[in-house]
Structure formats: structure tokens, C-alpha cells
Write a protein that binds this ligand. Structure first.
Ligand code: IMP
Length: 191
């Protein structure tokens, strides 16, 4: 059994990652309820930010740490919101506010709004550092549908699907998501 900290307070992510890694091999504790100063995501790439999260938390708690940085990359918006996905409509923004801003930004673009979700998952234990990458392609639709998932899921329809990510069950999302791809790869690296 591996004891790991998952450097996140995002309940959606925590739920997904605990299911991806599984209870059998990993005992995962998130940052919910742990009193640490806010981590400043000052990197300009997903990997830099994931590394900052894992190193900061390891340096404070000295327990092997996994972290991810993820986001939505929209073609017609030149890759935005990208690393700013969580704070697209401002610091402390809610998912609803971010989704509204996305639809506003896209309203003048005709045609299909091609997008991808990207995730970099990392592990750091003071000595070893591993990282793994996952992405999933899809499109942004004009109106939110579904109540599962989090973030931009009500607006994101994966390629080959007729439902949004928020209409898929956690099991369905975890078969295809950027986060599942990245953490399944990371799992192999740290085992
Ligand atoms: P992070 O916590 O700094 O990695 O920011 C991740 C942000 O990207 C989230 O707050 C969402 O806005 C967006 N995001 C990343 N992964 C997903 C996903 O699986 N579904 C929906 N939104 C996501």
C-alpha cells in the first residue's frame, strides 16, 4: 500500500483520481482539511504548474506527493483558457462563471469549436520525479448539458460521443479522460 498526498482541493479531481488509482494499492489523502498556504501556480505550462504543486506540498509535508495540472485548450481561442482554465473569468471564479465566459468568447466564431482537455500528472518524493501526459479531443457546444463531472464538462462533447462529459458516468469518464490517461501512465511509473 502506497501512502500518497494528492495536491488538490478540487473535489471533482479528487473523486476521479482516487478511482483511477484504486483503493487496493494506494491510500490517497487530498489537501481538503490540511492547512497549507495557497500554492501560486506561476508556471507557464501544465507541467511547470504540476511540478510546483507537487514540490511545494512535499516540501511542507514530507510525504510522497502526486499532483496534476490540467485545462481546456480551445483551437479558435488560440489555446485559451489553457493553464488559466480554473481562473478564466478571474481569481476564485466558479465553474458556472468560467463556462459563461467561454460561451461569450466563442459566440462570434462560426463552425465547430474544436477543443482538447490536457492533463499532466506528476509524482515527487524528494528524490524521484515522474510525469505523465494525457489529452482528449472534442468540441465545445453552445449550451451546458449534464450534472456529473466538474469544470467545463457540461460544454465538452468528446469526439465520437453524443453526450457531454457531464452526462457520462464517472466510470465512463475515467475510461477516456485526459486525467485517466495521465494517471494510469503515472501509476505504471511509480509502482
Ligand atoms: P487546475 O486545478 O489548476 O489544474 O485547473 C484545472 C481547471 O481546468 C479546472 O478548474 C477546470 O476548469 C478545467 N478542467 C481540467 N480538467 C477538467 C475536466 O476533467 N473537466 C472539466 N474541466 C476540467
Amino acid at each position: 500500500m502506497r501512502h500518497l498526498i494528492f495536491a488538490s482541493k478540487n473535489k471533482g479531481k479528487i473523486f476521479e483520481v482516487s478511482k483511477i488509482l484504486g483503493k487496493q494499492d494506494f491510500d490517497i489523502v487530498s489537501l481538503l482539511g490540511i492547512d497549507l498556504p495557497d500554492i501560486i501556480e506561476s508556471g507557464s505550462t501544465f507541467e511547470e504548474n504540476a511540478k510546483i504543486k507537487a514540490e511545494t506540498v512535499f516540501n511542507n509535508l514530507e510525504i510522497p506527493t502526486i499532483a496534476d495540472d490540467s485545462g481546456l485548450v480551445v483551437e479558435q481561442l488560440d489555446g485559451r483558457p489553457g493553464v488559466y482554465s480554473a481562473r478564466y473569468s478571474g481569481e476564485g471564479a466558479t465553474d458556472k462563471e468560467n463556462n459563461e465566459k467561454l460561451l461569450l468568447e466563442l459566440r462570434n466564431f462560426p463552425g465547430k469549436h474544436k477543443a482538447k482537455y490536457v492533463c499532466v500528472a506528476v509524482y515527487y518524493d524528494g528524490k524521484n520525479y515522474f510525469s505523465a501526459y494525457g489529452e482528449i479531443h472534442g468540441e465545445i457546444i453552445k449550451e451546458g448539458k449534464g450534472n456529473n463531472g466538474f469544470g467545463y464538462d457540461p460544454l465538452f462533447v468528446p469526439d465520437g460521443y453524443k453526450k457531454t462529459m457531464a452526462q457520462l458516468t464517472i466510470e465512463e469518464k475515467n475510461k477516456i479522460s485526459h486525467r485517466a490517461i495521465a494517471f494510469n501512465e503515472l501509476k505504471k511509473l511509480i509502482k
